[in-house]
Design a protein around this ligand. Structure first.
Ligand code: SF4
Length: 170
């Protein structure tokens, strides 16, 4: 259990560290604004887990739309002009988990901010960028130290790992 928690922690940490670099290289989609009826959203009680990639995660909601299962991640705080890279990668990992566990690839996932929702297409390009990120993470897991990948103090201020991170800018 402890190792699973540690892995989740590491996963979140490295998503934040790596996402800036990865987005520049991959040209991630910015997402499109959509309206989504929250009444149909079903709360997810247990984390999804895919053993071959040792990947686990729990989207906030899943919703059935036209025979697809769409993961939804809810983000509190300020609504950005376009979704943050780390949020896109987190959602992509949920799309991957949904595909592996439910046997059908979601065409997109949704990031729900306070003021608007963004649909993020789960494209082959995004999946490829995610797989590269996961491979980077595996490599970084074996290193004693992983360096910060950005110079934005604001990201550190709102980061949940600030108190544990020795590279925080805030
Ligand atoms: S505190 Fe800053 S450097 Fe450390 S994990 Fe968070 S965002 Fe990255």
């Amino acid at each position: 259990m402890l190792s699973a928690i540690l892995f989740l922690f590491l996963l979140a940490l490295i998503f934040i560290w790596q996402s800036g670099k990865q987005r520049r290289e991959a040209g991630l989609p910015g997402g499109r604004v959509i309206y989504s009826d929250t009444q149909n959203w079903g709360k997810v009680e247990k984390p999804l887990y895919y053993a071959p990639l040792k990947l686990t995660g729990k989207p906030d909601y899943l919703v059935r739309q036209n025979g697809d299962i769409i993961p939804i991640e809810v983000k509190s705080g300020r609504t950005p002009k376009s979704p943050y890279d780390s949020h896109i990668f987190q959602l992509a990992s949920y799309c991957l988990l949904v595909e592996k566990i439910y046997g059908k690839r979601p065409p997109y996932g949704i990031i729900h901010y306070n003021e608007r929702d963004y649909a993020i297409d789960y494209s082959p390009e995004l999946e490829f960028a995610l797989m590269e990120l996961l491979a980077d993470m595996r490599r970084d897991e074996r290193k004693n130290e992983v360096n910060r990948s950005h110079e934005h103090a604001g990201r550190c201020i709102s980061c949940g790992f600030r108190n544990l991170c020795d590279q925080s800018l805030a």
